[in-house]
Design a protein around this ligand. Structure first.
Ligand code: TXA
Ligand code: MG
Length: 344
C-alpha cells in the first residue's frame, strides 16, 4: 500500500483535506500526531475499519480503544450518561491528555470497546489532531501508533518506520510534546478510578473534583506481581532492563560496577544528565535534567526504541520519585523493565 505523508501545517490545503476525509470515510487508516503520542486512527463507527487498525499493528483486537473527538458538544452523541462530576474534569483538562471512560451509546460498536459497554473518550490538546477529526467529520478511534510490542511513537521517524506501506496517510506533526500516553480515568463509578497514570496526575484530578479518587494503576513497583505476565511486556526492549533505586552515589557506583562486569556485551544506561555525567558507559541515552520531569517524560519512548536500534543487551536506569508526573514515568519504565528493580 502506498502511504501519503503530509506535514501538519499542510492541513489547510483543500486537496489534502479532501484526501483525508475520503480515506476515513472509506474505512482507511490515518496515523496522526497528538500531544501525548502518535495515534493510528480510523472511523470509530465502522467495525471493519476498526479491525484493520489491529491488522496494521500486528496484534489481536483485545484492548478497548480511545475515541477522539474535536469538541465537547459532540460527547452526548456517543455516551449515554454524563456524570455530574465529569463537567469539572472536562472544564479543567479538555482539550488535553485525559481520557474519560463513560457508558457508551449503541453507535459505538463493540469492536471499539473490546466488548465493553463503556467507551474511553478524549479531546486531544494538539490542534493538528482536532483539525484532522474535524476534516474527517467522524469520531476517530485510535490506539498508540506502534507495532505490537514496540514502545509508543513520539516522533515521525518512529511512526514512519512502523507504518509506511501499512496505512493510507501519515501526518508528520514533529515530536510529541508530552511523550507519554493520556491518563485514563473511569467515571462510570460513584468514585472515579484512575486506570492509567499520565500527564494529568492523580493530584490534579483530585484538586479539580474536590474529593479523592481510587488509584488502580500499576505504577507502585512494590505492589507488582513477582512473575510478570505477557501483559507487562508491552514496552519491553529486547535487552535486559534493570531499574536501580537508591541514593544517587550508590546508584552511580552500582551501575558503573555492572558495566565493568558486562564488558563483553553491549551495555547502555538511560538516565537524567546529572546521573549520566558520572557514568562510564559506551552507550548513554540522555533524557534531560532531573529538575524537568516533562522533558524526561517526553524522551522515554525515544530512548527505549534506541536500545533496540543499537542492539543493546543490558540496560540500566535509575528510578525517579513515584509522585506526580513521576508516577506516569515510573509506570512506563517499570513495564519496560518487566518490573526488574534492584533496591540498594
Ligand atoms: O494518549 C493516548 O491515550 C493515545 C493517543 C493516541 O490518544 N492513545 C493510546 O491508546 O494510548 P492505547 O490503545 O494505546 O491505550 C488505550 C488505553 C488502554 O490502557 C485501554 O485499556 C484504556 O485506554 N481504555 C480504553 N477504553 C477503555 C474502557 N472503555 N474501559 C477501560 N479502559 C479503557
Ligand atoms: Mg498503546
Amino acid at each position: 500500500m502506498k502511504t501519503m505523508i503530509y506535514k501538519g501545517y499542510e492541513l489547510s490545503d483543500k486537496t489534502i483535506q479532501k484526501h483525508i476525509h475520503e480515506v476515513f470515510h472509506k474505512g482507511g487508516l490515518v496515523v496522526f500526531p497528538t500531544e501525548t503520542v502518535y495515534g493510528i486512527g480510523a472511523d470509530a463507527t465502522n467495525p471493519e475499519a476498526v479491525k484493520s487498525i489491529y491488522k496494521a499493528k500486528g496484534r489481536p483486537s483485545d484492548n478497548p480503544l480511545i475515541v477522539h473527538l474535536s469538541k465537547v458538544e459532540d460527547l452526548e452523541l456517543y455516551v449515554s450518561d454524563i456524570p455530574s462530576h465529569a463537567k469539572s474534569l472536562m472544564d479543567s483538562f479538555w482539550p488535553g491528555p485525559l481520557t474519560l471512560v463513560f457508558n457508551k451509546k449503541e453507535i459505538i460498536p463493540k469492536e471499539v470497546t473490546g466488548g465493553l459497554n463503556t467507551v474511553g473518550i478524549r479531546i486531544p490538546g494538539l490542534k493538528i489532531a482536532r483539525d484532522i477529526i474535524d476534516i474527517a467529520g467522524l469520531p476517530i478511534c485510535a490506539p498508540s501508533a506502534n507495532l505490537s510490542g514496540k514502545p509508543s511513537s513520539t516522533i515521525f521517524d518512529h511512526v514512519a518506520s512502523d507504518f509506511e506501506e501499512r496505512v493510507d496517510i501519515i501526518i508528520d506533526g514533529g515530536k510529541a510534546e508530552i511523550g507519554l500516553e493520556s491518563t485514563v480515568l473511569d467515571i462510570t463509578t460513584p468514585v472515579p478510578v484512575m486506570l492509567r497514570p499520565g500527564f494529568v496526575t492523580k493530584k490534579m484530578i483530585e484538586d479539580a473534583l474536590g474529593f479523592k479518587i481510587i488509584d488502580a494503576t500499576e505504577s507502585k513497583i512494590e505492589n507488582t506481581p513477582k512473575s510478570p505476565g505477557m501483559k507487562y511486556t508491552h514496552y519491553a526492549p529486547k535487552g535486559k532492563m534493570t531499574l536501580v533505586e537508591g541514593n544517587e552515589k550508590d546508584v552511580v557506583d552500582f551501575i558503573n560496577n555492572e558495566i565493568k562486569k558486562h564488558k563483553k556485551t553491549k551495555v547502555a544506561v538511560i538516565g537524567a544528565e546529572e546521573y549520566l555525567n558520572q557514568i562510564d558507559a559506551e552507550y548513554k541515552a540522555n533524557l534531560g535534567h532531573l529538575s524537568d520531569l516533562n522533558e524526561i517524560g517526553s524522551n522515554i519512548f525515544i530512548a527505549l526504541r534506541q536500545m533496540d536500534q543499537l542492539g543493546i543487551e543490558h540496560i540500566y536506569m535509575h528510578t525517579l520519585s513515584n509522585t506526580d508526573l513521576g508516577q506516569a514515568i515510573m509506570n512506563r519504565l517499570s513495564k519496560a523493565a518487566g518490573y526488574n528493580l534492584i533496591k540498594l
